[in-house]
Design a protein around this ligand. Structure first.
Ligand SMILES: NC(=O)c1ccc[n+]([C@@H]2O[C@H](COP(=O)([O-])OP(=O)(O)OC[C@H]3O[C@@H](n4cnc5c(N)ncnc54)[C@H](OP(=O)(O)O)[C@@H]3O)[C@@H](O)[C@H]2O)c1
Length: 353
């Protein structure tokens, strides 16, 4: 599949992750966007829906209604950028037609249907597909992603938290029972639907916490972090809404198992764990990451601070929720599934200032 253009489809092109996928796919060297869907905007060209795509070949593509037969005819691989629940039924139809699927929703992330049903409040009707789904975090599961037909793209907060904690947990540097993940996200994380809490005047010039102790990304983090630690663990995960469009900054408070863990030893563990993973950037000692350095990119920027006074190892992990935390990561997974280089089409530097 790697020598010719791969035909890809996008269900949910009018959402924020769909918008980001369209932006990235417009210039991807090996994927050709062959079908895009929206129930609200069907019949318009992509350039009419998104003026920023005028002048790109994808701008002439006409948005269609979501239809599994048409998608399966037109595409080899389909991105599902739709809410959980909707993704499950569309994925089932596409998989039955022999197509590869990258699902950006939470429908195939949780291994245990009972956990899904508890946190998402709906029945999981596709246990067979779930058993085949691979969690799409390339730094951990690249080989399995490459062989998968169905990839569950990770959530945005879990991407930042898992990448931030992976070396410390895998190398048993920290106490798995004492982890606090204090994370902040830009407003696009809530989707493009018009809801009161996302309106400009509700968000701009303010800052608030939400879903403390009850955010739906908690079981996803615990599932993956438990697998890394080799035993079940519970985290305290708390979310906050930043008055910016994009970006996640997670400050993660941990307790080193060895109170004498030196900052240099901690940094060395992270540097070697991520030596072969170019999308994770360890910042030099004394530097702290900021969201603008990752805007529109696949980078996860991580800094470590050994706070000797409180006996904490503090990990700061930063990503762009729409690119690394959703659509860019979905493309990286699709690259692997199609035998392409992980970073194909994802080589951008951050959009600054
Ligand atoms: N926003 C983020 O930062 C982020 C990060 C990681 C993962 N995710 C996940 O990615 C998915 C998409 O998120 P988003 O923020 O892009 O959502 P969004 O802005 O609300 O967009 C949802 C899209 O799905 C379409 N859609 C809704 N219901 C549908 C249905 N029943 N059948 C077919 N299409 C439907 C909508 O278009 P029409 O209504 O016109 O069909 C729209 O294009 C969600 O599952 C979300 O949890 C989001």
């Amino acid at each position: 599949m790697s020598s010719t253009l791969v035909r890809v489809g996008l269900v949910g092109v009018t959402g924020y992750t769909g918008m980001e996928l369209a932006r990235l796919l417009a210039v991807h060297p090996s994927f050709r966007l062959a079908a895009v869907t929206s129930r609200q905007e069907a019949g318009q060209t992509l350039a009419e829906v998104y003026p920023f795509l005028q002048g790109f070949a994808v701008g002439d593509l006409v948005v269609s209604l979501p239809d599994a037969d048409a998608l399966a005819d037109a595409c080899d691989l389909i991105f599902l950028a739709v809410p959980h629940g909707a993704a499950m039924s569309i994925a089932a139809e596409l998989l039955a037609r022999g197509r590869k699927v990258v699902d950006l929703s939470a429908d195939f992330r949780l291994r245990d249907t009972a956990v899904y049903e508890k946190w998402y409040g709906r029945e999981h009707s596709l246990a067979d597909a779930l058993a085949e789904a691979v969690y799409g975090l390339p730094e951990l599961y690249a080989d399995r992603i490459a062989a998968a037909s169905l990839v569950a793209n990770p959530g945005c907060y879990p991407t930042a938290a898992i990448l931030g904690l992976y070396p410390a947990l895998a190398r048993k540097l920290i106490d798995p029972d004492d982890i606090v993940i204090d994370a902040k996200s830009g407003v696009s994380g809530a989707g493009r639907g018009p809801v009161l809490g996302s309106l400009f005047c509700e968000v701009q010039d303010s800052f608030r916490a939400y879903s403390l102790g009850s955010h739906r990304h908690t079981p996803e983090m615990e599932q993956e972090l438990s697998a890394i630690a080799g035993r079940p663990l519970v985290v305290s995960f708390n979310a906050h809404l930043l008055p910016v469009n994009r970006g996640i900054l997670a400050t993660i408070y941990t307790k080193p198992k060895d109170p004498g863990l030196s900052p240099a030893a901690a940094r060395e563990a992270y540097a070697s764990a991520y030596a072969d993973h170019p999308f994770v950037r360890m910042l030099p000692a004394g530097r702290l990451p900021e969201i603008r350095s990752t805007r529109g990119t696949m980078f996860c920027d991580i800094a470590l601070v050994a706070d000797a006074r409180s006996g904490r190892l503090i990990i700061v992990s930063v990503i762009d929720n729409l690119c690394r935390g959703a659509s860019g990561q979905a493309i990286a997974n699709a690259n692997l599934m199609c035998g392409l280089p992980l970073a194909a089409g994802l080589g951008q530097a951050a959009l600054v200032p």
